[in-house]
Design a protein around this ligand. Structure first.
Ligand SMILES: [Mg+2]
Length: 403
């Protein structure tokens, strides 16, 4: 039996801002992006008591909490804190998975030298408070699913260890939608089948679930029983996808505007992939309509990190979609990643090599002078400031998509 600990920082971006500016402490604040139509990334607990939530529009939030203070997020501060937190975790175990910018899983099965699981959780919380002035919640269980559940139940500033006896008692009555990994759609379908609690899910015959959900049916049943086999993934330096998405300053509909943003996103994804010497062979485009309906379309391509190849393929995917409403958010990601420094792939053609050199030159100028110092002419309609970091960001600089 393993012992897994999940540390989740409480209202991370907002707390970091309150730490770096004492004038904001104890006040309702909301961290936002630098764009005109940004949404709230994180609300402080003082703001949450008024009902201010992540994802809310600024005007909606202001209505709920008229004295709310908006703070434009600063990626560098959060990344710096995240690195520091990782150092604390590493002093208790080498098995650390930085899952998102404010969450990390630790396997402390072999860490009894530092005390019991609860003692270790408590020590980590204390050190985070002492060194960074921040509150964290800690959940402990035999696997990631239970650690996540315990952490969520303990929030804010909590510490909870779920032993096998408590796990069964809690799962028995826990609504399936509360379980990590069960999305809204799956929960709705389970409910329509008369399965409301994890206890019911765990005692549903596997064959029935397989008929309804295909291969994930069996896994759902195990999850209902609190069994989860995913290990701590320390190899997060190996990213699974590279993606960017942006909420647009205004809803767009015309092809000219769509092209401009797709080019900008293609360049963001391409340059990031080139920086890490990676290429992807699956491209996916995410669209969110004005009414927040969101979907993605994928297509297989030959391995690339070339901005224009990414752009052309993204546009090809878009051409196959009949738009139903103006677009609020666009995203592009590449996955199926492979190292790009394979000479036979890179320098197959002289033409390719020249393009590669050009892209490298643009990247190095942008790295040195920041953002889109040099950019393709097609961007011009959508040049804007640096986007705020998403909670799905990881310290290695690779965005995790679909989180
Ligand atoms: Mg958090």
């Amino acid at each position: 039996m393993r012992t897994i600990l999940l540390i989740d920082m409480d209202s991370f971006f907002a707390s970091v801002e309150q730490q770096s500016n004492p004038g904001l402490r104890g006040k309702p604040i909301a961290v936002i992006g630098s764009r005109k139509r940004t949404v709230i990334t994180t609300a402080s607990y003082e703001a949450r008591t008024f009902g201010v939530k992540t994802g809310m529009n600024m005007w909606e939030a202001k209505k709920l909490c008229p004295h709310l203070i908006f703070v434009v997020g600063d990626n560098r501060k959060y990344a710096h804190t995240c690195e520091g937190l990782k150092n604390i975790y590493s002093s208790y175990t080498s098995e650390v998975e930085v899952y998102s910018i404010d969450e990390a899983f630790l396997d402390i099965t072999a860490s009894s030298l530092f005390g019991s699981p609860l003692e270790i959780g408590g020590k980590i919380k204390q050190r985070i408070k002492k060194e960074f002035g921040l509150n964290a919640s800690v959940g402990i269980g035999p696997n990631k699913l239970i650690a996540k559940l315990a952490c969520g139940l303990s929030k804010p500033n909590g510490l909870m260890w779920m032993t096998p006896e408590t796990i069964q008692a809690i799962l028995e009555k826990l609504p399936v939608k509360e379980l990590w990994g069960i999305g809204k759609k799956t929960a709705k379908k389970l409910n329509s089948l008369g399965i409301y609690t994890c206890g019911q899910l765990g005692s549903t015959p596997a064959s029935f679930l397989r008929d309804q959900f295909g291969i994930i049916g069996e896994r759902l049943r195990l999850m209902g029983m609190g069994i989860y086999s995913s290990e701590i993934d320390c190899e997060r330096e190996e990213p699974k996808s590279i993606g960017h998405s942006m909420t647009l300053p205004h809803d767009i509909w015309h092809e000219k505007d769509i092209r401009a943003y797709i080019l900008k996103l293609s360049e963001m994804v391409g340059s990031r992939a080139r920086r890490y010497s990676l290429m992807g062979n699956v491209i996916s485009v995410t669209i969110r309509y004005k009414n927040f309906e969101t979907f993605s379309r994928q297509s297989r391509i030959t391995h690339t990190n070339d901005t224009h190849i990414i752009y052309n393929n993204a546009m090809r995917i878009l051409k196959g979609i009949k738009l139903k409403a103006p677009i609020r958010l666009l995203g592009i990601s590449i996955s199926g990643l492979a190292e790009s420094e394979r000479p036979e792939q890179l320098h197959l053609l002289r033409e390719h090599s020249k393009r590669h050199d050009l892209l490298r030159a643009i990247d190095s100028i942008n790295d040195r002078y920041g953002g889109a110092t040099l950019s393709w002419a097609g961007y011009m309609p959508c040049r804007s400031r640096r986007p705020v970091i998403s909670p799905a960001w990881r310290p290695n600089g690779i965005h995790r998509t679909n989180v």
